[in-house]
Design a protein around this ligand. Structure first.
Ligand SMILES: [Zn+2]
Length: 164
């Protein structure tokens, strides 16, 4: 007698094939530098679920080296984007739209608050957008001058308090 698959077995095979396909897709995105959150958003599942599906076939492959590659890729991709955005806005002082820019935090950073560059490594777009609202673009030159003035002001405050 020929062994025939039951309806349930056929269905289980199809599900398995779909899972495998999905985990392959997730792996591709991971290697491109996407975060679990970004993958989850794209596939309309939670980031935990995306991680579970990945681990079903590729457990252990997402090792430290992969994570470092992903962080470096996130950083490069997002810092290029921020440079592009800064060039579009132009320097706050000279309205220059060319060259290298620095996003300067308007107020003093609170203790424990992440820096913009640490956020670039994380690839967390929501947090980066929130942080950018507190920053202005300056051309390289004016950013240096800005810091010189800030240091001078600190010095003046110190002198006023202790000597003047
Ligand atoms: Zn400038």
């Amino acid at each position: 007698m020929e062994a025939k698959l039951t309806k349930e077995e056929v269905l289980a095979k199809e599900v398995e094939a779909l899972r495998k396909k999905r985990s392959k897709r997730i792996r591709k995105l991971r290697l491109k530098g996407w975060t679990w959150q970004q993958i989850g958003d794209k596939l309309k599942i939670s980031r935990q679920r995306a991680c579970e599906i990945f681990n079903r076939y590729y457990k252990g492959e997402d090792d430290k080296q992969d994570r470092l590659t992903i962080r470096a890729k996130n950083y490069r991709r997002l810092s290029d984007k921020l440079q592009e955005l800064a060039r579009k806005k132009g320097c706050m002082i000279c309205d220059n739209h060319k060259g290298n820019f620095v996003w300067h935090h308007r107020n003093l950073r609170k203790k424990g608050e992440p820096t913009l560059s640490s956020l670039l490594y994380s690839g967390d777009i929501k947090k980066i957008k929130k942080e950018l609202k507190k920053c202005d673009p300056f051309c390289w030159n004016h950013h240096i001058k800005l810091h010189q003035i800030l240091i001078n002001e600190k010095l003046m405050t110190y002198l006023r308090e202790h000597y003047l």
